[in-house]
Design a protein around this ligand. Structure first.
Ligand SMILES: *Cc1c(COP(=O)(O)O)cnc(C)c1O
Length: 400
């Protein structure tokens, strides 16, 4: 039987929903105006479309449309939040707090703040990948200006206790930034309830187009001031100059509106599929361990370690299943995942991990097929693994 590739790498990116494509199409050949053009209807129509999208996006996170700043994606949003807050608050302090399992789009900009004179605290996580809110409290000093902790992790799906962290930051008068690229549109995110001052989002993680995202920037209690990193025409309240990507923005708005409307049903469906995948693998394959939090985890995430099997070899063996080991952004480097290492896995354990990311377009049929493929591939790889036969014989000896 021939079958096309099964796509189960929805943490790295998602297929654009056909309804989103539909919404974007008129922006290319009919309503192609520049949203900043004030002198004709092409511009007005583009601006109206952008305003509509701003409302759609703001509504999903409990924000005001004026608090949405469009960017090229979560990487840029993180950079704007981190450099922008640091430069604007230099007079107040120089200390930034983050977590060990952050995406590189947070760790790298914060790392480079060092050369600008910042002091950085990187908080550890527990075995399930969570930061302890008490550690956040203890890390904050009089010189702390920013805490940056992600909403949900892109490798193991662990959801941080954001509301508690937000409360602590508020209490201490420190800005709270959260990279929510994996959370928005998947689980409930509410910047008021969670006390978030800056929130990064990306369209291509929620069935929208690539190259568009947004940063939520709180406008009251407190009013957050950022130093822009791009200067030019003063678009987006001066925070992000550059002609607006109207088709992308329209697609992002449509994508989030769809995601919010379908969230209860879709998260239940994906959780069921994810659990079916997990159960199916556990029933047929021995020595598999779950990475991430058993319950405080994204409903579509499954990260497993297959003892004695190298993740890279397993990926290769699963040649018609698109999954990944670690994150797509670091898979160019052949190092064990910094996320899994921070969770206490050894290098040897970390390199045996595979991330399954289920999505809107996966079916039960595909899940069952992937169980079959994983079962076959792991058994084949273990059969030729000298480590596995030694371990198995060892176990056999001891129970004899
Ligand atoms: C994908 C991702 C990013 C990067 O987003 P882009 O829009 O591709 O720049 C940042 N953070 C997390 C947690 C992500 O999952």
């Amino acid at each position: 039987m021939t079958r096309s590739q099964v796509y189960m790498d929805n943490h790295s990116t998602t297929r654009v929903d056909p309804r989103v494509v539909e919404a974007m199409l008129p922006c290319f050949d009919r309503d192609y105006g520049n949203a900043a053009s004030r002198t004709h209807s092409f511009g007005w129509r583009a601006e109206e479309a952008v305003t509509r999208a701003r409302v759609q996006i703001a509504r999903v996170i409990g924000a005001d449309p004026k608090e949405i700043v469009f960017t090229s994606g979560a990487t840029e949003s993180n950079n704007l939040a981190i450099f922008g807050a640091f430069e604007a608050l230099r007079a107040k302090g120089d200390h930034v707090v983050t977590g060990a399992t952050e995406h590189n789009a947070v760790l790298d900009p914060i790392g480079s703040l060092g050369s600008r004179g910042a002091r950085v605290t990187v908080l550890p996580v527990d075995r399930q990948g969570r930061v302890d809110p008490d550690d956040v409290r203890k890390a904050i000093t009089a010189r702390t200006i920013l805490v940056s902790l992600m909403f949900a992790n892109n490798e193991v799906g662990t959801i941080h206790p954001v509301a508690e962290i937000g409360r602590i930051c508020k209490e201490k008068g420190v800005l709270f930034h959260s990279d929510a690229a994996q959370a928005v549109g998947k689980i409930r995110v509410d910047v008021q309830a969670e006390g978030i001052d800056l929130l990064s989002m990306s369209a291509h993680k929620v069935y929208g187009p690539k190259g568009i995202g947004a940063l939520y920037v709180r406008r009251k209690s407190p009013r957050v001031i950022l130093e822009p990193i791009l200067h030019g025409g003063g678009h987006e309240r001066g925070l992000r100059s550059g002609t607006l990507n109207v088709p992308g923005i329209v697609g992002f708005g449509a994508a989030l509106e769809i995601a919010a409307a379908s969230m209860p049903e879709e998260s239940r469906r994906l959780r069921d599929l994810r659990d079916r995948l997990h159960r199916g693998i556990l029933e047929r394959v021995a020595d598999v361990r779950l990475n991430g939090h058993p319950t405080e985890r994204l409903p579509h995430n499954l990260n497993l370690s297959f003892a004695y099997v190298e993740g890279e070899a397993l990926l290769m063996a699963l040649d018609d299943v698109a999954v990944s080991s670690g994150s797509a952004c670091t898979s160019a480097r052949k190092e064990p995942s910094h996320v899994l290492r921070a969770m206490g896995l050894s290098d040897d354990q970390a390199v045996t991990s595979i991330r399954f990311g289920l999505g809107r377009f996966n079916t039960q049929d595909e899940v069952d097929y992937v169980v079959d493929r994983v079962d076959g591939a792991v058994k084949r790889l273990r059969a030729i693994s000298p480590l596995y036969s030694v371990a198995r014989d060892g176990a056999g000896e001891s129970t004899r």
